[in-house]
Design a protein. Structure first.
Ligand code: NDP
Length: 314
């Protein structure tokens, strides 16, 4: 391994050690704005990072709703929580199915009268290693971007007013960075429009992903200047990141007591089904930044992108 790679690896490992230490430090009473009455919903919580986020939030004493598109798999997943004194519930939810989302919202209203935290974790990726197939591009964009958007639109009206503010966390990816050094959209004008909050709009994000999907259909996407690694996935997460900033801007004028903060984060490269259990960190570590963002006590952070508890540029 080259000296630079070696140093980067050491730095990463040190940072991961710091994080695992931070996650063992209990929140003090004055930091704990939540209680068992605080309700957190996690999508795709039947396995992987989603399950781990749900487990850790329940461990901090919140009531967690694990959602799963296959309810029996979701119920099975909750068995792992039966040991502790956790407060949790489980419900069917397919983020691509309007009827499933409506049924979930109705159930939430009836049983919990609203929620405090939404973690949009459900997602798909069909490439491994150096593959870059776009065979499932439509499903990847639909699930990761439109599914996340469906959930945000459906849940904002049922987010409860509170002094601490409600929170939305989108589990995203560094691969969707707009202005990273590598793997970015080549068109500088489009990048600038998506970066600048004055020009960023839902229509622009939708148009960008539609243009990619059209090129997939026309088989011209390879020369379209799109990110080179896991192209469909990167485009979908780029859209999630841009949408996070846009929603933060739209929500920022809410009065105190009705605030909703929204952020996204990259969990790292994680040993889950999505990576074929490759990856260099466990779901436990990968969940950390999401849980930390969900529980932030005194900083009104919104519209940001994080990795390992640190803000990084979009
Ligand atoms: P997994 O494949 O283990 O879990 C994905 C979860 O999403 C599953 O519960 C899956 O349900 C669910 N899901 C997929 N489609 C839908 C849908 N339409 N409705 C509801 N749930 C759905 O992956 P990870 O835990 O690794 O990934 C979790 C998140 O983290 C994703 O958003 C992913 O993009 C992101 N991420 C992961 C990285 C990694 O290295 N693993 C890196 C960067 C980001 P089912 O079991 O029914 O398929």
């Amino acid at each position: 391994m080259s000296g630079k790679k070696e140093r980067n690896k050491e730095r990463r490992e040190k940072r991961l050690q710091e994080i695992s230490l931070l996650s063992t430090i209990p929140y003090s009473d004055h930091q704990r704005w939540w209680s068992q009455e605080t309700v957190a919903v996690v999508t795709g919580a039947n396995r992987g990072i989603g399950f781990e986020i749900a487990r850790q939030l329940a461990g901090h004493g919140l009531t967690v709703i694990l959602t799963s598109r296959n309810i029996s798999v979701g119920i099975e997943a909750t068995k792992a929580l039966q040991e502790g004194s956790f407060s949790y519930d489980v419900h069917q939810l397919d983020i691509l199915d309007g009827e499933s989302i409506s049924a979930f919202v109705e159930w939430i209203k009836q049983k919990y009268r609203g929620i405090d935290i939404l973690v949009n974790n459900a997602g798909v990726n069909y490439n491994l290693g150096f593959d870059n197939s776009v065979e499932f591009a439509q499903q990847v964009v639909d699930t990761n971007y439109y599914g996340t958007k469906n959930m945000i639109k459906a849940m904002i009206p049922v987010m409860k007013p509170s002094a601490a503010g409600a929170r939305i966390i989108n589990v995203s990816s560094r691969l969707g960075r707009l202005n990273g050094r590598r793997n970015r959209i080549q068109d500088a004008t489009l990048r600038e429009k998506l970066t600048n909050l004055e020009t960023l709009s839902e229509e622009l994000i939708d148009r960008t992903v539609s243009s990619f999907l059209q090129q997939v259909e026309d088989e011209t996407w390879q020369t379209g200047g799109w990110p080179q690694t896991f192209t469909d996935y990167s485009v979908s997460k780029l859209a999630v990141n841009a949408y996070t900033r846009l929603v933060a801007k739209e929500l920022c004028h809410r009065p105190q007591g009705e605030k909703i903060y929204i952020n996204c984060y990259c969990p790292g490269w994680v040993k889950t089904a999505m990576t074929g259990w490759a990856g260099n960190i466990s779901p436990e570590v990968a969940a950390d930044t999401g849980v930390w963002l969900a529980l932030l006590s005194d900083q009104a952070i919104t519209g940001k992108f994080f990795a390992e508890r640190r803000e990084i540029n979009f």
